[in-house]
Design a protein around this ligand. Structure first.
Ligand SMILES: [Fe+2]
Length: 247
């Protein structure tokens, strides 16, 4: 299973807070910082999903996923623009705001985490069910909870941001059908922000799943251990040489 070191979790958290400070300004930045201060400890350690075969089901996985989609969404926005799509009806701040908060509901409510560690070792090992949904929470979709939390902290959002964040899950969310499938001209989405966010989210989640399936993390840890072992061996050999022949 993938595991982030405490330093990596801390670094990702700092990256996230810097991105927020660089992207937003004024009253909205103050309100955002209040929310991020409030959730600091819980958000830093939250996973992005409960099942290891989904994506980033490890402590710190939520922040890692949010940084991942934020990076990809800007690349995809540029790609759409370069290829002739209309992207001037929204800006990068709106795009980043929606990307940063599309999964906010996964942090939980004001007092309870959304995911709790699975206490069944059998389910963790045999079915990859690393976390369970916390039964103490009111039922809400992740997106509804994201919007509820943002309004709780008085964080304003534009119509584009609302649509982008609301529709990031694309057609994987049944409730999004009426937005994406429209047979009437007037009801068609009038902005591409949702399509771009959905592509970025899909890409980020799929890459995270691929990394897990290939065991990238385990391979990296094995290599690091091998390097450590080799350097310990050569230090021991150097010491033996010095003991035998002097400095
Ligand atoms: Fe996501």
């Amino acid at each position: 299973m993938k595991e982030l070191s405490p330093q990596q979790i801390q670094e990702n958290w700092e990256k996230l807070r810097s991105l927020i400070n660089e992207t937003f300004a004024g009253e909205r930045l103050d309100d955002l910082n209040k929310m991020y201060d409030y959730f600091e400890e819980r958000m830093m350690l939250a996973p992005a999903s409960g099942k290891e075969h989904f994506h980033n089901a490890h402590p710190g996985g939520y922040v890692e996923h949010v940084l991942h989609i934020t990076d990809l969404v800007v690349q995809i926005y540029d790609l759409w623009g370069k290829n002739g799509a209309t992207i001037d009806d929204f800006d990068k701040e709106e795009l980043i705001f929606a990307a940063l908060h599309h999964d906010l509901g996964k942090v939980g409510d004001l007092s309870e985490d959304y995911y709790t560690p699975n206490d069944s070792d059998w389910h963790r090992k045999n079915q990859g069910l690393i976390y369970k949904h916390n039964g103490k929470l009111q039922f809400m979709t992740v997106t509804d909870r994201a919007i509820w939390l943002l309004q709780h902290f008085g964080i304003q959002m534009s119509e584009n941001e609302y649509l982008g964040l609301r529709l990031t899950d694309g057609m994987y969310e049944e409730a999004n059908k009426s937005y994406y499938i429209s047979y009437s001209k007037d009801r068609q989405l009038k902005t591409n922000i949702a399509y771009i966010l959905h592509q970025a989210d899909m890409m980020a989640s799929k890459i995270e799943n691929d990394e897990w399936a290939r065991g990238d993390h385990d391979i990296k840890v094995e290599k690091e251990e091998e390097v450590k072992k080799k350097s310990q061996q050569s230090a021991a050999a150097n010491q033996a040489f010095k003991d035998l022949f002097g400095e």
